[in-house]
Design a protein. Structure first.
Length: 119
């Protein structure tokens, strides 16, 4: 991953969820995503703009996904997406944050919670 780095927080409490969130907002960074990476360490993630579905074809590890609307509200949570899978379009999703498998359970996020991405 070689995109711009940010932090992911819960908006209402400022609780930091990810200290290292890379942003894929341009065509090639969105196209590449996590392809070519060997692992996604805990505490890191990739935020893919203009994305309401994902695939894990040619990936080597399982991920969790947080789908967000344009206001960064959680619209869908998809845990444990194994390599070679497809997550179909999620209603109202505008972007997705891909994180290490198992992180969703630790974050205990709920549909409707609002997140914040900043420095």
């Amino acid at each position: 991953m070689n995109a711009e780095k940010r932090k992911l927080k819960l908006k209402n409490t400022e609780t930091e969820l990810l200290p290292q969130l890379e942003v894929a907002e341009h065509f090639f960074s969105r196209l590449k995503g996590l392809l070519g990476t060997a692992t996604l360490p805990e505490g890191q993630g990739l935020w893919i703009h203009r994305c309401n579905s994902i695939h894990t074809f040619f990936m080597k590890y399982t991920i969790d996904c947080i789908f967000l609307d344009a206001d960064l509200r959680v619209v869908s949570l998809v845990p444990s997406v194994s390599p070679g899978r497809m997550v179909w379009p999620q209603a109202k999703a505008d972007s997705v944050i891909e994180i290490a498998a198992g992180q969703l359970q630790k974050f205990d996020l709920k549909i409707g919670e609002q997140l914040y991405v900043g420095n």
